[in-house]
Design a protein around this ligand. Structure first.
Ligand code: HEC
Length: 123
């Protein structure tokens, strides 16, 4: 039995090296990339993406996870969209209703979808 283990280890190692050496880098989703650009242009003045950092609004680090349970009956997707279009509906504790409210006019549907897709990657 003792002799079998090193053989198994050797087999496992050789199996590993036989696999393709480098996984291809996944192609970034173009919609998510577009959303990140919209975020940088319109939202980054008030929202950081690093944890626990308040600019004017709360950090959006982990927003995709938080959004799932923010408002009962709303999915993360719905909560994020409403937070952007009608920010006064739900106020994050400790913050005032100072978020700009003309995003529904300012953002195209495509930009909006891209932005939500991007924010949903922030788990
Ligand atoms: C003028 C500053 C300002 C700008 C610009 C701004 N926000 Fe906000 N945002 C806030 C503040 C303040 C809050 C907290 C009060 C509230 O809930 O509305 C907030 C809350 C949020 C929330 C809820 C966060 C949570 O933890 O539940 C989301 C999501 C959000 N903003 C997304 C965005 C997006 C996306 C943009 C860009 C389209 C944006 N914000 C632009 C100030 C801003």
């Amino acid at each position: 039995m003792k002799k079998i283990i090193p053989i198994l280890i050797a087999l496992a190692l050789s199996a590993c090296s036989a696999m393709s050496p480098a996984e291809p880098t996944p192609t970034p989703d173009p919609l998510v990339l577009q959303g990140q650009q919209v975020f940088n242009a319109k939202c980054a003045t008030c929202h950081a993406l690093v944890p626990d950092t308040i600019i004017i609004g709360p950090s959006l680090n982990g927003i995709a996870t938080r959004a799932e349970t923010r408002v009962e009956g709303q999915t993360a997707d719905e909560y994020i969209q409403l937070s952007i279009l009608r920010p006064g509906d739900y106020l994050v504790e400790g913050f005032n209703n100072v978020m700009i409210t003309n995003f529904s006019k300012e953002l195209t549907n495509e930009d909006m979808n891209a932005l939500v897709a991007f924010l949903l990657t922030l788990k």
